[in-house]
Design a protein. Structure first.
Length: 138
C-alpha cells in the first residue's frame, strides 16, 4: 500500500465555510493605505462584547460570517499564546510588541491593614505600544 504525500491546498485545509479567495471588488493596498472600514460603536458605549468583536472582525476583513471570524481570531490568539509560552517576542505591526518579562521581587503594603508585605518576583505579559499607536490614540 503506497502512501500519498500530504498535498494540502488552501481550500482543503481552510476551516469549513472560510472563503480564502480575496473578493474581486475589494483591493487592499500595502501599508494600510486603503481606507479603513467604519467600525461599529459598542452597544454599551465602553467596550465590545465578544459577539461585537467578531462582527467587527468579519466586516473589516470581509469574512463570510461570525463563526469564521471567531475561528480566525482563536487561531491568532492561540499562536500568540504558544509563542509567548516559548519565550518569543511577538511584534504586532501598527500596534506594538507583546512579550513576557520577569518582574523583580519588591516590598508592598496591604491597603486594608497597612501591613508591609513582600511581593515575589513573577513573569508578566507586557505590551509595548508603537509610537504610531500612541500618537493616534493619545
Amino acid at each position: 500500500m503506497a502512501f500519498k504525500k500530504n498535498s494540502c491546498s488552501t481550500e482543503k485545509c481552510a476551516p469549513k465555510g472560510m472563503n480564502l479567495k480575496a473578493p474581486s471588488s475589494k483591493v487592499v493596498s500595502p501599508k494600510g493605505a486603503a481606507k479603513q472600514k467604519k467600525i461599529t460603536k459598542p452597544k454599551n458605549g465602553t467596550y465590545y462584547t465578544q459577539a461585537e468583536l467578531y462582527e467587527c472582525l468579519k466586516d473589516c476583513c470581509g469574512l463570510e460570517n461570525r463563526r469564521v471570524a471567531r475561528s480566525v481570531y482563536d487561531g491568532f490568539a492561540g499562536m500568540i499564546q504558544s509563542a509567548l509560552k516559548k519565550g518569543y517576542k511577538v511584534p504586532l505591526p501598527g500596534i506594538g510588541k507583546i512579550q513576557v518579562r520577569q518582574s523583580k521581587a519588591r516590598m508592598g503594603r496591604n491597603p486594608a491593614t497597612g501591613e508591609i508585605i513582600r511581593i515575589p518576583a513573577r513573569k508578566r505579559v507586557r505590551l509595548t505600544p508603537t509610537k504610531a499607536l500612541k500618537e493616534a490614540v493619545l
